[in-house]
Design a protein. Sequence first.
Length: 55
Amino acid sequence: MKKICANPECRKEFESNYKNKRFCCKECGKKVFYQEHKEYWNPEPKRKIEAEQKG
């Protein structure tokens, strides 16, 4: 079945036999995973923004 890569920077069309495959390659999956979990690894920018909004 034809699918479109879930990476907003890529959006390539690719073939897959698996219905839950989201990305055309591992690199695209890694980039999106990092973007989705960036706050977990680096929470400081969010705290800084919240502090500036309160202050």
